[in-house]
Ligand binder design. Structure first.
Ligand SMILES: Cc1cc2nc3c(=O)[nH]c(=O)nc-3n(C[C@H](O)[C@H](O)[C@H](O)COP(=O)(O)O)c2cc1C
Length: 222
C-alpha cells in the first residue's frame, strides 16, 4: 500500500467485526509503530494489549464505571481545554453531531448519545484493545512522541487491512485500567486504540470527517 493510501484510508472506525487479529499481526504493527521518531530517541511509549477475556472483563468494568461513577473518571493529563474557543468549538460540535446524524440519533436524545459514548469502553466491539502509556517523569514533549507512535500504529494497521479508533476516552478510566493491568506508578495512560476489521455495513463507519484546505492553515513565505 502506498503511504498516501494508508493515510487517506485511515479513519476512526466505531464498529468492528469480531474477526480475530493474530498475535503475529499485532506484533508486526507494534514493531512498525516503534519506528516512530522521538526526541533523543527516548522511545518513552509502553503499550498494554488486551484481547479475549481480559478485554471483555476490563471493557465491562470501564463501561460500568463511566456509566455509574462519572465523577470518578478523571484523566491524569489535560487533553482538552476547560474553555473551548472558535474555531475549535465548531469543529468539535461538527464531529459529535456528524456521528449522531449518521446514527440517526436526535440531538436531544441524551440517552442514545450516552449509549454511543459508552461504546468507547467496549472498544467498539474490536477484538483488540491497545493502551498507550508514557512516563510522567518526562515532559510534555513526550506527548508528541506518543502521537507519532500512535499514527504509525494506525497506518501500520492499514497495511494489514485493519482499522483503528484512537480513543482519549480511556484516559478518564485510568484508575480502572490500573486495577486490571500491570501499569507502573510512573506510567500515565495517554490513550487507547481499538484495532480490528471494520464492519463496512455500519453507518458510523461511513463518516468521513472533513479537513480544512491547506490555504486555511498554511502560509508560505519567500
Ligand atoms: C488522540 C485522539 C483521541 C481520540 N479520542 C476519541 C475517543 O475517545 N472516542 C472517539 O470516538 N474518537 C476519538 N478520536 C477520534 C476523532 O474524533 C477523529 O480522529 C476525528 O474526528 C477525525 O476523524 P477521522 O479519524 O475519522 O479522520 C480521537 C482521536 C485522537 C487523535
Amino acid at each position: 500500500m502506498h503511504v498516501d493510501d494508508a493515510i487517506q484510508s485511515r479513519k476512526s472506525v466505531r464498529r468492528f467485526l469480531p474477526t480475530p487479529v493474530s498475535r503475529t499481526t499485532i506484533q508486526h504493527i507494534l514493531e512498525l509503530a516503534a519506528r516512530a521518531p522521538s526526541g533523543n530517541n527516548v522511545q518513552a511509549w509502553n503499550v498494554h494489549v488486551v484481547t479475549g477475556r481480559t478485554l471483555q472483563t476490563l471493557g465491562q468494568a470501564m463501561l460500568e464505571e463511566a456509566r455509574d461513577n462519572p465523577q470518578n473518571c478523571v484523566p491524569e493529563y489535560g487533553y482538552y481545554p476547560d474553555q473551548w474557543v472558535e474555531p475549535y468549538l465548531g469543529r468539535r460540535r461538527q464531529c459529535g453531531f456528524g456521528l449522531y446524524e449518521v446514527l440517526g440519533i436526535e440531538r436531544g436524545d441524551t440517552e442514545r448519545r450516552q449509549q454511543q459514548m459508552l461504546r468507547n469502553f467496549t472498544f467498539f466491539d474490536a477484538p483488540v484493545g491497545i493502551f498507550i502509556t508514557t512516563d510522567r517523569r518526562l515532559n510534555t514533549g513526550s506527548f508528541m512522541d506518543m502521537g507519532m507512535f500512535l499514527q504509525n500504529l494506525m497506518l501500520a494497521a492499514r497495511g494489514q487491512g485493519l482499522h483503528t479508533c484512537p480513543q482519549a476516552a480511556f484516559a478518564d478510566l485510568q484508575h480502572v485500567v490500573r486495577l486490571h493491568l500491570d501499569l507502573a506508578d510512573e506510567e500515565i495512560l495517554v490513550c487507547g486504540v481499538s484495532l480490528g476489521v471494520e464492519d463496512i455495513e455500519a453507518p458510523e463507519n461511513a463518516l468521513r470527517m472533513p479537513r480544512e484546505p491547506v490555504e486555511a492553515f498554511a502560509r508560505f513565505y519567500g
